[in-house]
Ligand binder design. Structure first.
Ligand code: CP
Length: 312
């Protein structure tokens, strides 16, 4: 595998999950694999889990991670082709990506969408420019349309916690005060399509994700109906896809409560707004898998880095 920019880069998710579990049982088993190799982590946006777990994964493989907050600390990067650079941008991505490739053996990039220009966001300008102009492998640490490290993490966590062969998994929209990206929901949906699970989505009208992502998955506009017999409820807010980037609904009746879960395990990628997205009683209970998910971020990143290092 050269790059990891999408859940679709996973050839066989079952094998990856089993390998990730082995890594989790013995995280330092491949500490020689990344010796003298550098991982560059470039952040255009904030992060807690991705920033720390990806570095931890690199350290477990013997790599040296170096981190940069690109927005603010680096020169403003120009992505347009043929632009007369007489504005705020001082360095073109052609040089920037090539230069970072001189210092790093693998580059990981986080760049969120604008949520104002669907076409531009879907072109994945930042991520695809790094893929194009860097001379080393690229990992997405969340792009405009996907968060494949999170999606792989969530698949690992479900596999570890499933108590039946084919569990029912629900992806449920929940309210939020701000417009949020579709990336986590997209990658989770793609990951579930590769798993042996019964998977459905619950969201209010006007919040269907891209049809390219959901394909023929059943979408409920009634949360209670969707949650019937659920084993896992994965919760995330996202802004409208059709009315792109808009907040159409903040109905608190969509917040996740212990009563609604009715014994199902609760999952969320974090960070989460308590008592807006989910009530305290869920997060503070044994039903919540959110800390296990955060822990598994390391092992998802580690399996991805391992596969890339083995291919260098
Ligand atoms: N889940 C996740 O990606 O967390 P951060 O935004 O803190 O990295």
């Amino acid at each position: 595998m050269k790059n990891y920019t999408s859940i679709n880069d996973i050839q066989e998710i079952k094998t990856w999950i089993e390998e990730a579990k082995e890594i989790k049982a013995n995280p330092l088993a491949n500490i020689e694999l990344g010796k003298n190799k550098t991982l560059g982590l470039l952040f255009f946006n904030s992060s807690l889990r991705t920033r720390l777990s990806t570095q931890k994964a690199a350290l477990n493989l013997g790599m040296d991670p170096i981190v940069m907050n690109v927005s603010g600390d680096a020169w403003g990067i120009e992505f347009g082709d043929g632009t007369v650079m007489n504005g705020n941008t001082a360095e073109h991505i052609k040089e920037a990506a090539a230069v970072v490739s001189q210092y790093c053996d693998v580059i990981a990039v986080r760049a969120f969408p604008s949520l104002t220009d669907k076409e531009k966001d879907e072109s994945e300008q930042v991520l695809s420019s790094f893929v194009k102009f860097a001379s080393v492998p690229i990992i997405s640490m969340e792009s405009a349309t996907g968060h494949p490290l999170q999606g792989l993490t969530d698949a690992i966590t479900i596999s570890e916690n499933a108590t039946k062969k084919k569990p029912k998994v629900v992806l449920s929209w929940a309210p939020h005060i701000k417009a949020l990206p579709h990336a986590v929901a997209n990658s989770f949906t793609q990951a579930m399509q590769k798993m042996d699970v019964e998977f459905v989505i619950a969201n209010p009208k006007g919040y269907n994700l891209s049809k390219e992502i959901t394909k023929d998955i059943k979408i409920y506009h009634n949360q209670e109906e969707a949650f019937k017999d659920a084993d896992f409820v994965y919760t995330k807010n996202w802004s409208s896809y059709d009315d792109y980037g808009k907040v159409l609904n903040t109905d608190p009746n969509w917040m996740i409560t212990k009563e609604k879960l009715n014994g199902a395990k609760f999952m969320h990628c974090l960070p989460v707004r308590r008592n807006v997205v989910v009530e305290d009683a869920v997060l503070d209970s044994d039903s919540s898998l959110v800390i296990e998910q955060a822990n598994n971020r390391t092992f998802a990143a580690q399996i991805v880095l391992k596969k890339i290092l083995e291919n260098l």
